[in-house]
Design a protein around this ligand. Structure first.
Ligand code: SAH
Length: 410
């Protein structure tokens, strides 16, 4: 067993059960990509069994802090079982569920989503790459799903020195060698939604917004919103939610043509008139500016942009980008209207995001009632020991009426 010895004092985070060790904290030792190593402090005391990653800044990711544990097939079977068991206990009313959420489930670098009978997985670290077959077997055995599709095509793999890999990782043999279609239908909040595990973003769909889409449908109905603008709509989950909430004129904006085609298909698949929905293949920022020029307004707006800040180092530029779209959205929002605004940047904390949105409101001359703070669904858990895992934050805001807004401007 190879040993990684940390610099003096660098053991502190692991003693608190944080799973990462950065390159600069390693005093000596090395291993092959994904090899299991013993991590110890400067005095030689055991800290963790971990996966070594020679080309990543995150040099070591812990599998276990228990010296008696063996990192073998049974270990991965136990981890997968525990993660799946938790999801069962959460009682999620959907057949689209995140089963493994990386560090939170003790499996750093592994993401697995279940879409009906298909598992869609990302192996994002050298350690998960090395144990891929063992993990795949554990996933199939635990869930009973026959199909496992690999979507290891995230840019994060470059940092680990790993190439992009996609395709069926597990598929039952068929007489003629045919393969299951990569399209899957899931139900969520009572809606039917389709996705393609081969073509979609990430593993195919954004399950983390499930509860927020459900909440949006309720709020749209409660507040009587009729005109709705869904920005960064992807395949239109929030648009279907708006229609369920009684909206009559919903616009989805996204820069992905295939995602928008699916959004339009979702409207009719769920029994709504195609004429109630407009799909705009365009940049959101430019579209918001154009709508302001045209004097358009909306009763409800969703802003769910991609990650503007991949890390804290990008926080400044990302803050300006968030502020800009929120300012524009406030200007397009009718008094009494609803704004759901999100950030999925780990580098932007909840408090900072609140400040950014408040600043955007100030610039737009708008105040609002903060109805709810929003987060990812429970199948994307955060743990006490790994606060970095918390990435999605959002605010549900009701714009104050114009007379109150004028008071701010003066
Ligand atoms: N709200 C969606 C998920 C959004 S993911 C849901 O509920 O499923 C972010 C989306 O932003 C992606 O679909 C991506 O295609 C889109 N996107 C990224 N940059 C964009 C831009 N500048 N203008 C419009 N859409 C953009």
């Amino acid at each position: 067993m190879k040993v990684i010895t940390l610099r003096e004092g660098k053991e502190r985070s692991m003693l608190r059960r944080h799973p990462w060790i950065f390159q600069g904290s390693v005093a000596k030792g090395s291993a092959d990509p994904g090899e299991t190593v013993r991590v110890q402090d400067a005095a030689g005391r055991f800290l963790a069994w971990a996966a070594y990653s020679p080309s990543s800044q995150i040099r070591v990711r812990a599998w276990s802090f228990d010296e008696a544990e063996r990192i073998d097939a049974e270990f991965f079977q136990r981890k997968v079982e525990a993660a799946v068991q938790l999801r069962r206990r959460l009682g999620i009313d959907s057949n689209g569920i995140r089963l493994i959420h990386g560090e939170a489930d003790g499996l750093p670098g592994l993401i697995v989503d279940q879409y009906d009978d298909v598992l869609s997985a990302q192996f994002l670290s050298a350690g998960t790459e090395r144990w891929k077959d063992v993990i795949a077997d554990a996933l199939i055995a635990t869930t009973g799903c026959p199909y496992l599709y690999e979507r290891s095509d995230s840019g994060v793999r470059n940092l680990e020195g790993l190439p992009a890999v996609t395709g069926w990782l597990r598929h039952p043999d068929t007489a003629d060698g045919s393969r299951r279609a990569t399209e899957v239908v899931i139900h969520e909040n009572g809606w039917k939604l389709t996705l393609d595990v081969a073509e979609g973003h990430k593993t195919g769909y954004y399950l983390d917004q499930r509860d927020n889409r459900g909440l949006f449908a309720k709020l749209v109905r409660q507040l009587g919103c009729k005109t709705v603008l869904n920005c960064y709509s992807y395949t239109g989950g929030f648009s279907v939610a708006a229609l369920e909430g009684g909206a009559t004129d919903v616009t989805s904006v996204d820069s992905s043509g295939p995602a928008l085609a699916r959004a339009s298909a979702h409207v009719t698949l769920n029994g709504y008139e195609a004429s109630a929905h407009t799909a705009l293949d365009a940049d959101v920022n430019g579209t918001l500016r154009r709508f302001i020029k045209e004097g358009r307004t909306f009763d409800a707006i969703v802003l769910d942009p991609p990650k503007f800040a991949p890390s804290a180092a990008h926080a400044d530029r990302a803050s300006r980008a968030y502020k800009d779209i929120n300012r524009l959205a406030f200007r397009l929002l009718n008094p009494g209207g609803l704004l759901l605004t999100f950030s999925c940047s780990g580098g932007i904390g909840g408090e900072l995001f609140h400040k950014i949105v408040a600043g955007a409101g100030m610039d737009a001359g708008v105040d609002g009632y903060l109805l709810r703070r929003l987060e990812a669904t429970s199948d994307h858990p955060t743990t006490l020991t790994f606060p970095e895992g918390e990435y999605l934050k959002g605010l549900a805001i009701i714009r104050k009426d114009s007379s109150e807004c004028r008071k701010i401007q003066n």
